[in-house]
Ligand binder design. Structure first.
Ligand code: DGL
Length: 273
């Protein structure tokens, strides 16, 4: 395969939450063109079956690699990473690297010797996949592990409730759960949660280390591009942000996740099949 440095990076999520990861990538790697795909027609992934998410993720990755000529694909969604990463990695082996949001986070946590007990909060599908538990126990058996599904958080943030007393009450309710007792670190295993990182730190009086995926994933991508000699030295074209279903509300919410409002382009890749 003859991959060129100037080809874009594909980034996808169930919706627009993955823009937190796209934003971290564009800050760390300003020479890379990003082609983002938010599967807003099938959102949320957090309560869908693994099989269905795998089928969505495969169609999106085919689109990014074959129609958009991307040189690498980032699964900027915890739920899709939990359900579909291994399938995508194996399917596109030798074609393009596929990066998920879970492994870089696991690596960051296990490298910190001070952490004895880690907690994970995520959607129902991510938690029930057991993927964090399995990866932590395989990579560092001495680390104590606990987890909690926090299904209200993603929709709450998407509705713009993330710095007010309602979000504070919901966050407090979840974090006070016995399941998260005595942790020294908390993994925010959902694309939306960086938006409430501050409130979570405040709840823990800054005594618990909080990990979110956006930056560690951007660093992992950088590492892979350098290793494969695929890093671009000049941005060739502007970023494109596709969604499979368009509403004005999606577009106006982009500023929450990307820091500024961006234009979303409707592209329902399922309608073409
Ligand atoms: N993007 C999803 C994740 O990171 C959250 C939203 C959804 O459930 O689709 O898990």
């Amino acid at each position: 395969m003859n991959t060129q440095k100037h080809q874009p990076i594909g980034v996808f999520d169930s919706g627009i939450g993955g823009l937190t990861v796209a934003n971290a990538i564009s800050k760390l790697l300003p020479n890379e063109q990003i082609i983002y795909f938010g599967d807003t027609a099938h959102l949320p992934y957090g309560d869908k079956s693994k099989e269905l998410i795998r089928s969505y993720a495969t169609t999106i990755t085919d689109f990014l690699l074959h129609e958009k000529n991307c040189k690498a694909v980032v699964i900027a969604c915890n739920t899709a990473s939990a359900a579909a990463y291994e399938v995508l990695r194996d399917t596109y082996k030798g074609i393009a690297p596929v990066i998920n949001v879970i492994d870089p986070m696991i690596e960051a946590v296990i490298a910190d010797e001070e952490i004895k007990k880690v907690g994970v909060i995520a959607t129902k599908t991510t938690i029930s996949s057991g993927v964090y538990q399995e990866k932590f126990s395989r990579r560092k058996p001495s680390l104590q592990y606990t987890e909690l599904a926090t299904p209200l958080l993603a929709s709450m943030i998407e509705e713009g409730y993330y710095h007010n007393n309602i979000s504070e009450a919901v966050i407090e309710k979840y974090l006070s759960d016995d399941a998260l007792k005595e942790i020294d670190a908390l993994v925010l295993a959902c694309t939306h949660y960086p938006l409430i990182k501050k409130q979570i730190s405040t709840f823990y009086k800054n005594e618990v280390k909080i990990f979110d995926s956006a930056e560690v994933v951007a660093q992992k991508l950088n590492w892979i591009l350098q290793k494969e000699n695929l890093a671009s030295d000049k941005k060739q074209a502007t970023d494109i942000f596709y969604v499979s279903d368009f509403t004005e509300s999606f577009e106006s919410t982009t500023h929450i996740f990307y820091g500024k409002e961006i234009h979303l382009e409707l592209n329902n890749i399922w309608k073409k099949e």
